[in-house]
Design a protein around this ligand. Structure first.
Ligand code: SAM
Ligand code: SF4
Length: 327
């Protein structure tokens, strides 16, 4: 078991498979984002080795994210490798949906049980504006392919920005209800410097979204907790739940059960802090030394911070973008 110095057990790791992406979402990247040189990013074999170390340490949930994980060449191999780890209970994926039309079946066969698909607008023109290059129809076909592939659960994630898509929250919930899916609304987090909008101006709080939804739906709070920043509500008369991911308005750090590994192999102990440990140095310096890697990870628990505060009015203290951290 991995227990940090505040007694929280860490059971969930999010692995960033690549910092690259076929989209350029305005809240996630600047327009001319440059990507890391190949040699700096972990190979798929190194990621699989790190996943194995975590699972042997008692981490039973692994999420693959990015960047866009599905644009990395041969990524299905990685899913298959991780899917075979005997101690793992859940392998899940976060994706923008652009590649699902061709990959959903293979992912399901590799053992992915649940997927999160990002969807910020149902209007093709707006979708393009928010993602800068994304094709809504391709993503909708990807969502249909994921449904056909039979995942246990599909959840939609929408980042809501004032005057961009805040008026679509009911339509997005409707879309989810029609397909029996859950949906989470995410407040924008100040990760990395972006040039497209002012984050304080675009801020639309979970409380505002909830208020808007309650004009149309009855939301019943559930007691389910993920150990993360989400709160869930059941939408009465449907099979869907609505989640709110609110890093600004609600403090969730006391029950934090997760860590992240960046594309470069930095083990991040907190999304909102810089505390990290270089796992790439260990996997490259001592290839195949699983015990050393496990020791390094276990020792890192001693520097997991108590929590974080984001402040929209100041320059971001965290200079890495979400595409590097993996959300
Ligand atoms: N490319 C995949 C996707 O978009 O789902 C996976 C990686 S993406 C970084 C993971 C999640 O982070 C997405 O739901 C995305 O909308 C969200 N995200 C990106 N930048 C964000 C930000 N600044 N604040 C809040 N959420 C953000
Ligand atoms: Fe790509 Fe996901 Fe970031 Fe959008 S949020 S730019 S899809 S990594």
């Amino acid at each position: 078991m991995l227990i940090d110095r505040f007694g929280r057990s860490v059971t969930y790791v999010r692995l960033s498979v690549t910092d690259r992406c076929d989209f350029r979402c305005v809240y996630c990247m600047s327009e001319k984002m440059t990507f890391l040189p190949r040699a700096q990013i972990l190979t798929l074999e190194e990621i699989a080795f790190i996943a194995r170390a975590f699972s042997e340490l008692g981490v039973y949930k692994i999420r693959l994210t990015g960047g866009e994980p599905l644009v990395r060449e041969n990524v299905i191999w990685l899913f298959r490798e991780i899917g075979q780890l005997p101690q793992l209970r859940e392998m899940v994926l976060t994706t923008n949906g652009s590649q699902l039309e061709r990959m959903a079946t293979g992912l399901r066969a590799a053992g992915v049980r649940r997927i999160n698909i990002s969807l910020d607008s149902l209007d093709p023109e707006r979708f393009r504006q928010i993602t800068r290059v994304g094709d809504l129809n391709k993503v909708l076909r990807g969502i249909a392919a994921a449904q056909a592939a039979g995942f246990e659960k599909i959840k939609l994630n929408s980042v809501i920005l004032k005057n961009r898509n805040h008026d679509e929250v009911c339509d997005l919930v409707n879309f989810a209800i029609d397909r029996g899916m859950d949906i989470s609304f995410i407040e924008e987090m100040p990760l990395g410097i972006i040039n497209e909008h002012d984050r304080a101006e675009a801020y639309y709080s979970s409380d505002e979204i909830k208020h808007d939804l309650e004009q149309r739906y009855t939301l019943i709070a559930t007691t389910e907790t993920t150990g993360g920043p989400s709160r869930y509500y059941r939408v009465t008369g449907t099979n869907s739940r609505v989640g709110f991911i609110s890093p600004h308005s609600h403090n969730f750090c006391a029950s934090c059960n997760r860590v992240r590994v960046t594309t470069e192999g930095r083990l991040l102990l907190c999304l909102g802090q810089e505390h990290s440990v270089d796992l790439r140095r260990v996997v490259r310096g001592y290839p195949r030394d699983l015990d050393r890697l496990k020791r390094t990870i276990a020792e890192a628990m001693a520097i997991k911070p108590k929590g974080h505060e984001f402040n929209l009015k100041e320059q971001p203290v965290i200079l890495r973008h979400m595409s590097v951290t993996g959300g």
